[in-house]
Design a protein around this ligand. Structure first.
Ligand code: GAR
Length: 217
């Protein structure tokens, strides 16, 4: 059997993306083992979910550090000692400094609840609604030194409904996040992912031919 990819998940919130990765990993659909879950938030659902699943957890509270780099240094030390090969940010609400990036070049991925490069940053479901966009979605990308600017691995598109609320749109997007994040991790675990500048090449992946129009008459 092929050796499993040693994966760490960093999360600040309820951890539904973490849960989808745990579920896929436990079902054997993922050639990755979550060896560590780190949260900066002591009360996060993510820590609870990881403990429930018997995964090693660590809370590194950013409030205990005066400088971002010191917090990142503590996170990097924990990841190194767990011999982590890939880091998945899953609702991790901290900006990554160069200390963290340089320790794991092209080994950090993130999920973002919008179709990048549209709507980077925070509260992006509301931003998409307020803008009057007809589609939004989610993006898994490598992390670089910008905010949500790294090379894109996979995206899913969801329609925006005329009477949408922020919560309804967020839920529709989240459902797709739970599909595409494990998929991206699996491709990386299989060694099929190569970054060429901004373009991420995925060996033997099928590319969509589908065109979507919204609204229609
Ligand atoms: C997800 O929608 C994720 O895309 C988003 O936070 C949510 C976390 O949900 N991440 C960001 O906005 C990162 N800038 P979860 O804790 O249930 O996985």
């Amino acid at each position: 059997m092929q050796k499993k990819l040693r994966l760490a998940v960093l999360a600040s919130g309820s951890g539904t993306n973490l849960q989808s990765i745990i579920d896929q990993s436990q079902s054997g659909a993922l050639d990755a083992e979550i060896v560590l879950v780190i949260s900066n938030n002591p009360g996060s659902g993510a820590l609870e979910r990881a403990e429930q699943a018997g995964i090693k957890t660590l809370c590194i509270n950013h409030r205990d550090f005066s400088a971002r780099e010191d917090f990142d240094q503590a996170v990097v030390a924990a990841l190194k000692s767990a011999e982590v090969e890939l880091i998945a940010l899953a609702g991790f609400m901290r900006i990554i400094s160069s200390v963290f990036l340089q320790a794991f070049p092209q080994r950090i991925i993130n999920i973002h609840p919008a179709l990048l490069p549209a709507f980077p940053g925070l509260n992006v479901q509301k931003k998409a609604l307020d803008y009057g966009a007809r589609f939004s979605g989610c993006t898994v990308h490598f992390v670089d030194d910008g905010v949500d600017t790294g090379p894109i691995i996979i995206q899913a598109v969801v329609p925006i409904h005329a009477d949408d609320t922020e919560a309804a749109l967020a839920a529709r997007i989240l459902e797709q996040e739970h599909e595409i994040y494990p998929q991206a991790i699996q491709w990386i675990a299989e060694g099929r992912v190569e970054v060429e500048g901004r373009y991420v090449r995925i060996r033997a992946a099928m590319h969509s031919e589908q065109i979507l129009i919204n609204p229609t008459s």
